[in-house]
Structure formats: structure tokens, C-alpha cells
Design a protein around this ligand. Sequence first.
Ligand code: HSE
Length: 446
Amino acid sequence: MSVEKFGPVRVGLLGIGTVGAGTFEVLSRNQAEITRRAGRRIEITRVADLDIARARALVGDSVRVDADARGLVADPSIDIVIELIGGYGVARELVMAAIENGKHVVTANKALLAVHGNEIFAAASRKGVMVAFEAAVAGGIPIIKALREGLTANRIEWIAGIINGTTNFILSEMRDKGLPFDAVLAQAQQLGYAEADPTFDIEGIDAGHKITILSSIAFGIPVRFDKAHIEGITGLESIDIRYAEQLGYRIKLLGVTRRRVHDGQVQGIELRVHPTLIPARRLIANVEGAMNAVWVKGDAVGHTMYYGKGAGSEPTASAVVADLVDISRMLTADPDNRVPHLAFQTESLVDVPILPIGETETAYYLRLRVADEPGVLADITRILADAGISIDAVLQREPAEGESQTDIILLTHRTIEKQVDGAIARIEALSTVLSRATRIRLEELN
Ligand code: HSE
């Protein structure tokens, strides 16, 4: 007996690079099972790509292939457009045109959604079409589905994610081999883990796009990439990875978003990406290499963690095809009764302010190069105490024979960032403190 209740869903693919090729392959290979799940066949019937010969070689003769992306998004025979071009330029124009033409859209483009998501979702709601983006965050990990549907009973308290594989690979190598950042980056580029221009990855921008999207879904707020605080890993020194290790911590590039509540009042949302010390005993601290993981704390469910490949042809295709199935199942549903793009009903989104980084509350790792003299530690701890900053741990490197300087490492309890910055300025003014302080944020994740 046929499981096909309706005719096939026809899909147009914009850009058949690594992920596009994976999507075509997974859809073809698993067609029978996917049809049993979706209740109808899902067929890529048209591909637009500048490299027509390569595209043709990948999809064969039964699919229309040309370089006419604008023609594809206007093609009346197409139900769903998959956008795998990337970037904010032509991709934005094509996605908006597809929506205006009444097409549903599947995209892996986190940059586009983090920067222009509000405009795109508003247009999609007006036209009654779906924009699905599971592949935009953490590749194959179904984190959008988990947050938007599986955890829908919860008030989400915070999310902390390793959501950039390139930087996690670099940090893992720096720790394992004790190598400096530049050497590991060059190696990552040779192995194909890092792009020729790795700026978006190593400066934390890619992770910033992803945590921005997760924050919106978690808290029911508009996408606010412009308000995110973003630091990458280019300034990270191997010595801090080693000291962190001695204190029982690992350093990861985390995307963090947290709803700050005080006396029952929501003060704002923290939205940030930066190198972070996390306890080595936490599961997420042991996510190594190019793998991704997202940790979500909900008030009802408690701690949950999602782990998997954050990039790559078929892992990302897994998410793209899941979105195709979701859309195919909901094509005939009343638009008002579909799962909302950002998990909350559009009219229920609340523009809770994103807190400036100075108002962030977290713990800190401080490394100070100091003269090895009596009273130095006392002066430093007095300044911290005067600022109301409580110390959790202190480590002092044993100076080598005849050495007159040493390193002092302090871990603080949670405190407001601007207070720490003020204290650091006073500490750096001490004549016994010999260089700028190194300050890295620390999250216990409990
Ligand atoms: N460049 C990303 C990463 C993969 O390194 O994780 C795509 O989002």
C-alpha cells in the first residue's frame, strides 16, 4: 500500500556545494524511508548554481540545472526553496523573493538569520510561509527542534554552547600539544578544518550568529546580533590553558545566553561569545576537536546536553532534510497553527533588553605578572575585597632560581564585570604588578 497521501513536494536548491550535494545524496539514498515519514515524496526538481557542469554531474539529467537563481525562486512549480548560498547579500535578496512568491524556505544561513531574521520572519508570517533553519545552528544537532518543541514546557534559564568546530579544534590542539594559536591555526587550515579566511570562526562571529538565534528561541525575543558581545580566541595564550588545567578547568569558546532574574524581575538577557573556563569534570568540557555541543538548563527539565557534528556535508544535510520533512508535513496546516519560527507566537515576542557586557555576571580567571616581593598578594586581594569581589582560588607559580618575578592566578566568585574591570585598573596601577592583567571569564555551569 502506498504511504503517499499527496503528490510530491517539489524543491528548488540554490547552491549545490558541500551541503547541497549532501542534501541531494541523503534525499536520494533514504527516499523510501523519508517518504514513509513525510507521507509524500520530496524531490529536488531544480538546482541553480554558477558551476552548471559540476551541478549536472551531481544530480544527473532528471533535474533542471541552470545558473538562474532568480528564475528558480519565481518558478511556479517549486514549493520549497533551499538556500545554501550563504552570506547576507544575494542570499537575502533570494530568500525575500522566494517568500514574496509564496515559497517555503529552508536555509543553513546563520549570518543571514542573525542579522536580518526579524525582517525575514515578519515577511514569512505575512505570506503564511515557513522559514526553517535547523542547519543554521550546530549543523546536524537538532537543537532548534529540541528548544522549540521538546523543551517547550520550560522556562529556559541559560544556554551554553560549543557551536564553532574550527575554534574547538584549535583549542583542543593547543591544549593537547601545548602549541601556540598561530601554529595550530596554520595546521587547521592545512587539514581543511579552518577556512582560508578564518575570520568569522576565530573572531567568534560565527558562534555569535548561532547563539543569537538560540537566544531568540529560548527567550522569545527578536534576533539581536547587533547587541551581542563577541570575543574570539586570537588573543588566547597557551600558558592560560595550562594554568586553567592546573586549577581543574578547560578553556572553551562558549556562546552563552542567560535570562538574568533578580527578585523575580527579569533584568535582561546576556548574549555573549568569549573564551571561557569551565570545570574539566563537566561533560561539555570534554567535547574535543571539531565537535559541537549545546547545554541547555530549563527550570523543569534541569540540565540537558546535545552533542554531534556541527558541520560537514551529510551532518548538515541531515538537518536540511529534516526541515524539508517538517515543512512537507505542515504544508496543509493553517499557518496560525504551525510551530512559530522563534518558538513563541509572533505577537508574544518581547523585546527584553540585551544587557551590556559591563552588566554581565560571571566568575573570572585573572593572571598577573608580579614582582616576587612580600605584600604583593595582600595588596591585590585588598583591592578585590574593596570592590566586593570574593576570591575562590589562588595559584602562585614557584619562581625559578634567581627569578624576581612570578605569576599569580586568581579565580573569583561571580561578580558584575564592570566591578572586576575597575579592580583590575587599580591592580595594574600597583608598582609591583609588572604587566597588563589577563582576564578570562569563568562559568561553573551549575
Ligand atoms: N565554520 C563553522 C564551524 C561551521 O567551524 O563550526 C559552519 O557553521
